[in-house]
Design a protein around this ligand. Structure first.
Ligand SMILES: NC(=O)c1ccc[n+]([C@@H]2O[C@H](COP(=O)([O-])OP(=O)(O)OC[C@H]3O[C@@H](n4cnc5c(N)ncnc54)[C@H](O)[C@@H]3O)[C@@H](O)[C@H]2O)c1
Length: 374
C-alpha cells in the first residue's frame, strides 16, 4: 500500500528538468495542453495572461472561482467553460493540467482532488499550513506519474538562474553568505492578509526557497527572527509587516532575509551571494534602463510597481516550462517535490523564533509547532 492508503503505484515516473524543455516543444507542438484555472484573483490573472502568451502549446478550457460573477465574466471573455465547482473540469478529458491560484486555505483540497483525478497540477504556494495535509499532498505527488509543481517563480527567473549559475561555476568559491532583500508593494488588501497565513508563510517562504535554490539544497539547523508591525490593521490580525531572519547552516553558511509588506519606492527583490573568492549579486529590476544625467545629478527609473510587473515574464516562463513538462509526460525529481516538507519546517522555525523571541532549531519545530496560531 502507498502512504496515502491507495494501491502501490507501479507506473514509471519520468524525471525531467523542466528548465531544459521549453525550446524542444516550441512551435512543433501538435496537440495543446488543456488548462483549468482555479481562482481568478491577482494570481489567477497573471497565470491566465501566461496561458495566453503560450497559446502555441496551451489552451484554457475551464475557469473556476467561488465567485459566480467572476466566472461568468471570464468564461464569456475567454470563450471557455466556467463553474464554481471544480468537478466539471476534473471530469473533462480535455483538461490535462489544473492551475490552483485560489485563496490559500483551499489549495490542499484542490490539489488532492486534481491529483486523484489524474491531472497534472501547478499550485500556488503554500500547499497547506497543516503539516499532515502538506505531507499527504507531497506523498500523492511523488506517487503520481503526472507533473506537480508549486509556484515558486523565482526559480524560473533569468536573474536568479544566472546567479545560481555563477555560484555553481565556482567563480565566487565556496559560499559563505546569502543575503536576500524581499520587499513587497503595495500593501496587499486587508481581506487578502486576513487569510494569507501571515508574513512568514505568505512571503518569506519564497526567500527560503531561493536560499535553498542557491545553496544547492542545504537546510539550516537554526533560525532567528526579529520583527515589528507598523500597520495597526495588520497588528490586529496578530501578524507583522516587517521582519529580519538569519539562518545558520551546518557547513558554516549563513543567510539573512529582510522582508517588508511594503516599500515606498516600489517592489524590491535583491540577492547577494558572498563566497571565499568573490561576490555575485542580482540587483533589483527597474521599470526601464534609462538614466537621465543633468546638472542636477543622475535620475534613475522607478522600481517595478509590484510582483505582477516584476515577474510578468518569469510567470510566463514558469508556466511554459510546466506545460512543456506535462507535454513531455515528465515529473520533477522526488527531491524537488519533497523539498516543500523541509522548507515548511524552516518557515515554521522562523515564525516560532519571532513569537518565542529566541533562536529555534529545525529539530525543535515538531514539538513547538502547537505554539503557532495557524
Ligand atoms: N507566486 C506569487 O508570486 C504569488 C503572488 C500572489 C499570490 N500568490 C498566491 O496565490 C493565491 C491567491 O492569491 P491572490 O493574490 O490571487 O488572492 P485574491 O484574493 O486576489 O484571489 C483569490 C481568488 O480565489 C477565489 N476563491 C476564494 N475561495 C475560493 C474557493 N474555495 N474556490 C475557488 N476560488 C476561491 C476568490 O473569489 C478570488 O477570486 C494565494 O495562495 C497566494 O499565496 C502567489
Amino acid at each position: 500500500m502507498s502512504a496515502n492508503g491507495g494501491p502501490a503505484n507501479k507506473r514509471v515516473r519520468t524525471v525531467v528538468d523542466r528548465s531544459q524543455l521549453v525550446d524542444e516543444v516550441g512551435e512543433e507542438a501538435k496537440s495543446k495542453i488543456g488548462f483549468a484555472i482555479v481562482g481568478l484573483g491577482r494570481a489567477g490573472q497573471f497565470h491566465l495572461a501566461s496561458i495566453k502568451m503560450i497559446s502555441d502549446i496551451a489552451t484554457l478550457e475551464w475557469a473556476i472561482d467561488s465567485d459566480q460573477d467572476k466566472v461568468e465574466k471570464l468564461a464569456n471573455q475567454e470563450g471557455c467553460r466556467g463553474g464554481t465547482d471544480i468537478q466539471g473540469a476534473l471530469d473533462d478529458p480535455k483538461v490535462h493540467a489544473v492551475v490552483i491560484a485560489s485563496i490559500t486555505y483551499s489549495h490542499y483540497g484542490y490539489c488532492k482532488r486534481a491529483l486523484q483525478a489524474g491531472k497534472a497540477v501547478f499550485t500556488e504556494k503554500p500547499i497547506s499550513h497543516n503539516p499532515e495535509e502538506l505531507e499527504e499532498i507531497i506523498d500523492m505527488a511523488c506517487q503520481s506519474k503526472n507533473a506537480f509543481v508549486v509556484g515558486y517563480q523565482r526559480r524560473s527567473d533569468k536573474n536568479f538562474r544566472a546567479l545560481r549559475h555563477e555560484i555553481c561555476s565556482g567563480s565566487i568559491g565556496k559560499l559563505r553568505l546569502i543575503k536576500c532583500c524581499s520587499r513587497d508593494n503595495p500593501m496587499p488588501p486587508l481581506e487578502y492578509l486576513r487569510v494569507s497565513g501571515g508574513i512568514f508563510f505568505d512571503m518569506l517562504c519564497h526567500d527560503f526557497d531561493m536560499i535553498h535554490f542557491l545553496s544547492g539544497g542545504e537546510l539550516p539547523e537554526e533560525v532567528y527572527s526579529i520583527g515589528h508591525c507598523y500597520d495597526e490593521c495588520v497588528k490586529e490580525m496578530d501578524d507583522i509587516d516587517m521582519v529580519v531572519v538569519t539562518l545558520r547552516f551546518p557547513s558554516g553558511l549563513m543567510a539573512s532575509v529582510d522582508c517588508s509588506r511594503i516599500a515606498a519606492y516600489g517592489y524590491d527583490q535583491r540577492v547577494e551571494a558572498f563566497g571565499e573568492l568573490g561576490m555575485a549579486s542580482a540587483n533589483n529590476e527597474v521599470s526601464s534602463t534609462v538614466v537621465v544625467a543633468t546638472n542636477k545629478g543622475f535620475k534613475h527609473p522607478m522600481s517595478e510597481w509590484s510582483f505582477a510587473e516584476r515577474y510578468k515574464h518569469t510567470y510566463t516562463l514558469e508556466l511554459a516550462e510546466f506545460a512543456a513538462l506535462v507535454k513531455a509526460k515528465g515529473v520533477e525529481s522526488e527531491a524537488l517535490v519533497r523539498r516543500h516538507l523541509d522548507l515548511d519546517k524552516v518557515t515554521a522555525a522562523a515564525e516560532l523564533s519571532y513569537r518565542l523571541q529566541r533562536p529555534v532549531k529545525l529539530a525543535e519545530v515538531q514539538e513547538l509547532r502547537c505554539k503557532l496560531p495557524h
